[in-house]
Write a protein that binds this ligand. Structure first.
Ligand SMILES: Nc1ncnc2c1ncn2[C@@H]1O[C@H](COP(=O)(O)OP(=O)(O)OP(=O)(O)O)[C@@H](O)[C@H]1O
Ligand SMILES: [Mg+2]
Length: 243
């Protein structure tokens, strides 16, 4: 049964990532938009955490801050107790490549490379030998149901298929945390359920931690814990209200 797990109830779990008092704003010529406002958030090891909220509220921004992609103006982000933004850019590049997998809202696949090559990319950056990278990419693409699309380039894939290639790519280096921005955004209900089932399977088999941003109540209802981002702060959601 779905329930709200608060920090006290989940305190027996290990904290993988913790954001403390994070502020993030965007300055344009006309105004400053305060997106994250003293935001506190914990991600526990081995959970599938959902983040929901209205369009433009800052979900993608929050995901980027958690994954070492976007330095907040104030506040800290701790990964396994280490303050990641206290170090320089080369540390952050390495940190992301080793520990974090990203599935971006708009996939960010390389258009001139096949699905297989796109999935292999993070491993090649880490100098994993090519046959081993190919083998893992093939395994992951098979897992996400794209065995017959490996030689397709992004322009020859549907939106949902591109999203699944991005998921395979995100899992390539066996990250500690996979951050996925609307991974089911282009999928119908059936395909979305299949993808969430796959995510649950990877979570169970590999104890893979996921943080998923979603607009879908149906998806949110299938996750371990859901937080809603409102006015720059996150609040737990009672999932039984979502189903
Ligand atoms: N580079 C930028 N410069 C200025 N404003 C920005 C920039 N990036 C994002 N914003 C603004 O910050 C706010 C939060 O953006 P963000 O992309 O995090 O929202 P979101 O919750 O992911 O929205 P969606 O659900 O539509 O993807 C939005 O109002 C957006 O217009
Ligand atoms: Mg977004």
């Amino acid at each position: 049964m779905a329930f709200v797990m608060n920090d006290a109830e989940s305190s027996n779990q290990k904290i993988l990532v913790e954001a403390k008092g994070v502020n993030k704003s965007y300055k344009t010529k006309r105004e400053t938009i305060h997106v994250l406002n003293e935001t506190d958030l914990k991600v526990f090891s081995g959970e599938v955490l959902g983040i929901v909220g209205a369009s433009g509220v800052g979900k993608s921004t929050l995901l980027h801050v958690l994954g070492g992609l976007d330095k907040p103006e104030n506040g800290e982000v701790f990964f396994k107790g280490e303050n990641i933004y206290r170090r320089g850019n080369s540390f952050l590049d390495k940190f992301r490549n080793i520990h974090i997998g990203f599935v971006f809202q708009f996939f960010n696949l390389l258009p001139d490379f096949t699905a297989l090559e796109n999935a292999m990319f993070p491993a090649l950056i880490q100098n994993v030998n090519k046959p081993a990278a190919k083998e893992r990419a093939e395994y992951l693409l098979d897992e996400v149901g794209l065995k017959n699309r490996m030689s397709h380039k992004p322009g020859e894939l549907s939106g949902g298929e591109s999203q699944r290639v991005a998921l395979a790519r995100g899992l390539m280096n066996q990250p500690d945390m996979l951050l996925a921005d609307e991974p089911t955004g282009n999928l119908d209900a059936h395909a979305s359920d299949q993808l969430i089932e796959l995510i649950r399977k990877l979570n169970k088999e590999l104890n893979q931690t996921f943080v998923l941003v979603t607009h879908s109540q149906r998806v949110a209802g299938q996750l371990d814990r859901v937080l809603e981002l409102v006015d720059g702060k996150v609040n737990p959601i009672n999932q039984s209200l979502l189903i």
